[in-house]
Write a protein that binds this ligand. Structure first.
Ligand SMILES: Cc1ncc(C[n+]2csc(CCOP(=O)(O)OP(=O)(O)O)c2C)c(N)n1
Length: 591
């Protein structure tokens, strides 16, 4: 280590020691010392075209691997551009460390050039946001930021570093600091692992545990409830993925023969082909899945947050069921829905303990009549033949894509109809194989997230499913992907409309179509070629299936612009404010 280390050099050294290998970002006056130090480090820098892109590239790396993503931005507009990607990471519990430059401490509060209150902007949309006010606190703050980002439920953290602190010499004590050299992984233990009083908002006095009931007592109580239940159902979400508890979830399902409904963030935790995988619940979930939840007498809610897109009108959700909720974040338990048992715990540990406690009770708890009934419900799910027979219908396209894409493909999506069709119809084979903006629903996510995934896994096929509206939002990142020659296939589901908004105007605003159509269609192939992509505008008379297959077999970045009929609706759809079982289904809407 150099004797005279600056704050900027210390930050980079810290990141190297944490195992960070790639940082996305954009330099500017206020973070140039940091960039100067980065240049001399082994860390690879990816120059995004917009700070939002940099944030989503970091997210793509984090979502694909489970390890933290790191991004840099300069002060002022650099910070505000980054904010959307950070808010998005917060909603989906993605660990991202954003390090931003700030004007020198002597200028703070003077409305200096490119001064914004980064901490003020970021505090509500991060787990924590710090400004480093003194070089003496740099080391401690960085450690704290890293710890908070990964502790318990992961999420984004901001460290804002004034330029003079980046230049300042580190005090001698800090210079001898040795950060652990192991790459950082999630610390899955919650901050307070003994917390067992999460029966906040429990309703059944008998079922309610005494407030300090131990972890083991709660596990026993859950086993007893499972044994009593005639119609149990698992409702599993992104928390399973964050906890790395996919195997435990599958064991539980297989041991007890309990069917499982998945949230958007939980897709991929069970293979599509698993017989007890009921697929997605909620606003665009399967009719059968939403009905099964309505009829269940016990819901095991695992790593979920009873989000309105999953529950519909929450007062009508799973009305006939007792609820057991296991989550690492105590504040989620009882937040939107009262529960009989709430267990604040790491899901891997909790499911392992449950499986252990069930030992000797291997007889499947799920009643065969319940499973038969669900099978009947699933048979009633209806897919119109005209969807499947039309190769340009998104449902047919995505089903075909799911079949021809290699097993290790990572899909990313943008936000809109194409996203929901992808969630419904792609065949997903593993966790972290479907990266999508869930909680925030941020258009513009798909392409930079695909770049992040491709940086993390250069050998794997990466497919970004986007809409024309969403692609516009971070279009410039095509240039980043092409420059890096990443193996990304961008499939533009081009209906020349903001399709999901059009669908809502069609269904709920008496077809008063407004502000949803691009009057001047864009030649996406030409734009993409201009940025260095191989690109094709597909015509209706062409064989889209064959073109897709050919594109997948090519190495490097390819964009396919696929014409989609703007009148298609993504169904089922639960009208806003309604119960999940009141969904509009393809049968009801058949014209
Ligand atoms: C940044 C952002 N702005 C606005 C919205 C609201 N919104 C949700 S879906 C949608 C339309 C998406 O259009 P497109 O990407 O073309 O996809 P499509 O629905 O046509 O498949 C809009 C505007 C959003 N989710 N994100």
């Amino acid at each position: 280590m150099k004797n005279e280390m600056t704050g900027a050099e210390f930050i980079i050294d810290f990141l190297v020691k944490k195992g960070v290998h790639t940082i996305s970002g954009i330099p500017g006056g206020a973070n140039l010392p940091l960039y100067d130090a980065l240049q001399r480090s082994p860390i690879r820098h990816v120059l995004a075209r917009h700070e939002q892109g940099a944030g989503f590239i970091a997210q793509g790396m984090a979502r694909a691997t489970g390890e933290p993503g790191v991004c840099f931005a300069s002060s002022g507009p650099g910070v505000t551009n980054l904010a959307t990607a950070i808010a998005d990471a917060m909603m989906d519990s993605i660990p991202v460390l954003a390090i931003t430059g700030q004007v020198p401490t002597s200028l703070i509060g003077t409305d200096a050039f490119q001064e914004v209150d980064a901490v003020g902007i970021m505090t509500p949309i991060t787990k924590a946001a710090f400004m480093i006010r003194n070089i003496d606190e740099l080391q401690e703050r960085l450690e704290e930021a890293y710890h908070i980002m990964l502790d318990g439920r992961p999420g984004p953290v901001l460290v804002d570093v004034p330029k003079d602190i980046q230049f300042a010499k580190m005090p001698a004590a800090s210079r001898s600091f040795q950060a652990p050299s192991k790459p950082a992984t999630f610390n899955r233990a919650p901050s307070n692992p003994t917390l067992s009083d999460s029966d906040i908002n429990t309703k059944d006095a008998e079922a309610s545990p005494p407030s300090k009931r131990s972890f083991q007592d709660k596990v026993k109580a859950i086993v007893a409830m499972l044994q009593e239940s005639k119609r149990p159902l698992i409702y599993a979400g992104g928390g399973i993925v964050h906890a790395g508890a996919t195997e435990e979830l599958r064991s539980l399902i297989d041991t007890l023969q309990i069917p499982a409904a998945l949230t958007l963030m939980g897709l991929g935790t069970l293979p599509e082909t698993h017989p007890l995988n009921l697929g997605m619940l909620g606003m665009h979930g399967n009719r059968s899945t939403n009905h099964a939840i309505e009829e269940a007498d016990l819901i095991l809610a695992l790593g979920v947050r009873f989000d309105d897109r999953a529950t519909g009108n929450v007062h009508t959700f799973a009305q006939n069921a007792k609820i057991v909720h296991i989550d690492i974040d105590a504040s989620e338990i009882g937040k939107n829905r009262s529960v009989e048992i709430g267990l604040c715990a790491d899901l891997k540990e909790a499911l392992t303990a449950l499986l252990h406690a069930l030992h000797g009770h291997e007889k499947p708890i799920g009643q065969s009549s319940w499973l038969d009934h669900i099978e009947l419900l699933r048979k009633e799910d209806y897919l119109p033949e005209e969807w499947l027979d039309n190769p340009f219908h998104p449902v047919a396209l995505l089903r075909h894509l799911g079949q021809i894409a290699p097993a290790d493909t990572i899909f990313t999506t943008d936000v809109g109809q194409h996203q929901m069709w992808a969630a419904q119809h792609l065949s997903l084979r593993g966790p972290r194989s479907f990266l999508t903006s869930g909680g925030a629903g941020t258009m513009g996510f798909g392409l930079p997230a695909a770049i992040g995934a491709a940086l993390a896994y250069p050998e794997r096929p990466i497919i970004c499913i986007t809409g024309d509206g969403s692609l516009f939002m971070n279009l410039a990142e095509l240039s980043t992907a092409a420059e890096l020659n990443l193996n990304i296939k961008v499939l533009v589901f081009n209906n020349n409309h903001l399709g999901l908004v059009r669908q809502q105007q069609d269904l709920f605003y008496q077809k008063n179509f407004f502000a949803i159509r691009y009057d001047r269609p864009t030649d996406y192939a030409m734009v993409a070629r201009g940025m260095g992509f191989e690109a094709r505008n597909i015509m209706h008379e062409q064989n889209v299936g064959e073109i897709l297959e050919a594109a997948l077999s090519e190495n490097g970045p390819v964009l396919l612009n696929i014409p989609i009929d703007e009148e298609q609706h993504v169904l089922p759809m639960v009208p806003p404010g309604k119960a999940n079982i009141q969904a509009i289904t393809p049968v009801a809407s058949a014209r």
